[in-house]
Design a protein around this ligand. Structure first.
Ligand code: ASP
Ligand code: MG
Length: 436
């Protein structure tokens, strides 16, 4: 039965017997009180829903600043930044509940974080684990506000602590949800007490060593996809501040058009190339259970948006994606020995050790060029590669442009300019690493 999720662990209820949809609301859609009211309106049209919500507005960026100041041992500045985040949320709460209101749950979360910053030494053993602990508060706070606001509007719902539901890998800042270990926990939460609406945080979980993890920036989409997978949801809808998936970023390419239908493979390739619309890890959990994904405009809930499913034909419209903050690494052997299999293995093992993502690989007999993500451990990586006797060139702050289904005109316009440092062309796709 399609909407009946089961699990084999005996101590937990193993089945849910109602149809559920999963809705994900990103930070932009809940950036202010009007956004929260709009969410409530959209939610009120449905009976059984699992909501996954991101941190409000630009809270995660602000919490990243709290973290950076904390590790630089600038505690006062870190606390000041936290105070601004507190103020921002208080304004939203007071607009929704009335002047001088506050929510006890939210106050508790702010004081927990404040205590941590005040009384923990800035010299920490794992930067990544500390980052995850601090930034996870954004989603905890937003979901407390939203769950309470829905209650105020007589929408019964259950707030779920996703740290206790998602068991993840220990790769801080980029953890993966272990679906088989999370399944029973989630089904247990949704099958209790007759609730039909659930509110959970995107982006966060807990590793097997019990530390809090985050799933990668913009990772709430992925959280929502994992919930949909485990509960065998009817569909996942990601509510956005755009009309759907566009063929390019309209701020950069004004001729962008909306794509109505797209299949999982095209969607995963787009996301991987850097299309901001959906987190790359979102597609697999959905495809594995053939759950359709809708990307819909938050400001126009009746709009069609884009449907991502197994049914859609391959898109033939040219699609342009620009990925910024990249690094171009060129490795050459000093003695003309080949850079082939074992060397590849060595290099990728070092990249994996620092959890550095590779977005493009290009090789010749004695050279390997890699376009990788900016990372805190880049200097350590370079040092380690140098110790392996590679001659290395490293160009930071470059961008990676991908054009799928390119035509002649686009090719000449975008891929042949003097700023191009590396170009990789197949019959269907051209990718260019270029200076900004
Ligand atoms: N709040 C997190 C971020 O801004 C996760 C998300 O929005 O999906 O990256
Ligand atoms: Mg966000």
């Amino acid at each position: 039965m399609r909407y009946c999720a089961t699990t084999s662990l005996r101590e937990y209820p193993t089945t849910i017997f109602f149809t559920m949809k999963v809705y994900k609301f990103g930070g932009a859609s809940v950036k202010d009180a009007a956004g929260v009211r709009n969410l409530q309106k959209i939610v009120s049209t449905q009976d059984s829903l699992f909501l996954i919500v991101s941190a409000m507005g630009k809270t995660t960026n602000a919490l990243e600043r709290v973290f950076s100041l904390f590790v630089e041992e600038k505690k006062d500045e870190s606390l000041l930044e936290l105070e601004q985040i507190h103020h921002y949320h208080t304004e939203i709460i007071q607009e929704l509940w009335g002047k001088t209101s506050s929510l006890e749950d939210v106050e508790k979360l702010f004081s927990e974080l404040e205590m941590f910053i005040r009384y923990t030494p800035g010299r920490i053993t794992s930067m990544e684990a500390c980052y995850d602990y601090i930034v996870s508060f954004g989603e905890l706070i937003s979901t407390k506000i939203i769950s309470n606001y829905l209650l105020l509007c007589k929408i019964e719902n259950k707030w779920i602590d996703m740290r206790e539901v998602f068991v993840t890998s220990c790769t801080h800042k980029d953890a993966n949800v272990l679906l088989d270990r999370s399944e029973a926990r989630l089904l247990n939460e949704v099958s209790q007490n007759g609730y039909k609406v659930f509110v959970g945080q995107g982006f966060i979980g807990r590793a097997t060593d019990r530390s809090v993890t985050t799933l990668g920036r913009e990772g709430s989409d992925y959280s929502a996809a994992c919930v949909a997978n485990i509960t065998n949801a009817e569909s996942l809808t990601v509510w956005k501040d755009v009309d759907g998936i566009l063929s390019a970023d309209p701020k950069l390419f004004p001729n962008a058009i909306k794509i109505e239908h797209i299949n999982y493979t095209d969607a995963i390739e787009l996301a991987y190339s850097g299309a901001q619309i959906i987190h790359p890890k979102t597609i697999k959990p959905l495809q594995n259970k053939l759950i359709p994904l809708f990307v819909k405009p938050f400001s126009n809930p009746q709009g069609n948006g884009t449907e991502i499913s197994s049914k859609a034909e391959t898109v033939s419209t040219p699609i342009i994606i620009l990925k910024k903050k990249q690094v171009l690494l060129t490795l050459k052997s000093k003695d003309l020995s080949f850079i082939l299999e074992e060397k590849f293995q060595l290099i990728f093992d070092i990249l994996a050790k620092y959890n550095i993502k590779t977005n493009l690989v290009h090789n010749t007999a004695v050279m390997l060029a890699l376009c990788i993500e900016e990372n805190w451990h880049l200097d350590e990586l370079l040092l380690e590669l140098q110790n392996e006797s590679f001659e290395i060139e490293c160009k930071r702050n470059v961008e990676l442009l991908t054009i799928r289904h390119y035509n002649e005109e686009m090719y000449h316009h975008h891929a042949t300019k003097a700023c191009c440092l590396l170009r990789q062309t197949t019959t269907d796709t051209v990718r260019v690493v270029r200076e900004c």
